[in-house]
Design a protein. Structure first.
Length: 290
């Protein structure tokens, strides 16, 4: 019987992303607080959210999707007030017969919460139904100064639309200004993301590799990320992405650098090509059986 070395680096190939890490790594790299009272975005909550997004089979997202950003003028006194509005709004969406929903709560610079949603229906919404989707939110948030003109609704057109929604609203880290902190006066925030309905998910493929292959894999991902960044059309965004890609593996602490993990939006097909390259270079790449 073969016993797996639990200290070997592990590479996980999701449908739309990849993670790679050395289990435990000899040190604790992440906040491992028990899930309880939610007091804002943390690296762990972002990690759970991102891994779920990685797992979505994008090509199997059927129906008609809409990206909706729901805003307020004034901040509710507490998270309970805000989540009460959120739940009531979701009840109204169910009466509109939505088939699935993904939501993320973030903060504006002035400390007021807003919510990004991907809402799917089994039919294309008429202009009247699209108006209703906004109007229900405005009616529920009337005490907080919500206006119809401040709500944003766009169709999600196939895989490209879903990925665009992710890049704009769902793939940020805990340090992003829209996720750092919480509104003034909120002792807790409650859940900051969730989903409803049936989503086409798939568990990742997992692989053990020796440390030399792990370091080589991280460099391959950095090179891919840099090449992808150079394709960005917007000059300012391109400069930011190139700078971020070049610095993704930099670390002044050599011991920490050796065990540092990575997480990247990279399609499964490209990732498997990287693993094949590692195998061709003579590294042992072993798939982990569930």
């Amino acid at each position: 019987m073969h016993f797996r070395d639990t200290q070997l680096p592990t590479i996980s190939a999701y449908q739309s992303g990849s993670t790679a890490h050395i289990p435990n790594g000899g040190v604790s790299l992440h906040d491992r607080a028990k899930r309880g009272t939610v007091q804002g975005w943390t690296r762990e909550s972002v990690r759970r959210h991102t891994k779920w997004l990685y797992s979505i089979r994008v090509d199997d997202l059927d129906g008609f999707g809409y990206a909706f950003t729901a805003t307020l003028r004034d901040c509710p006194t507490s998270s309970e007030d805000f989540h009460r509005v959120r739940r009531n709004y979701f009840d109204r969406l169910s009466r509109l017969q939505n088939v699935r929903l993904h939501w993320v709560i973030e903060w504006q610079r002035r400390g007021v919460p807003h919510m990004h949603m991907a809402v799917y229906f089994d039919h294309e919404l008429t202009a009247r139904e699209q108006f209703q989707l906004k109007q229900h939110w405005v009616e529920l948030c009337e005490p907080y100064g919500a206006s119809h003109s401040a709500q944003y609704l766009l169709p999600i057109s196939g895989p490209a639309g879903w990925l665009q929604y992710l890049s704009k609203h769902a793939a940020r880290g805990a340090a992003h200004y829209q996720r750092a902190g919480k509104p003034s006066g909120w002792e807790k925030t409650g859940r900051l993301w969730g989903r409803q309905g049936l989503w086409p998910e798939e568990e990742p493929m997992r692989f053990d590799v020796p440390r030399g292959a792990y370091f080589r894999y991280r460099r391959l991902v950095r090179s891919w990320r840099l090449a992808d960044a150079r394709l960005e059309k917007d000059p300012d965004t391109r400069r930011r992405r190139i700078k971020s890609a070049r610095g993704m593996l930099r670390c002044n602490d050599q011991a920490l650098s050796q065990v540092r993990g990575i997480s990247e939006w990279i399609d499964q097909g490209t990732l498997l090509q990287f693993l094949a390259l590692l195998a061709d270079d003579g590294h042992e790449v072993r798939q982990i059986a569930d």
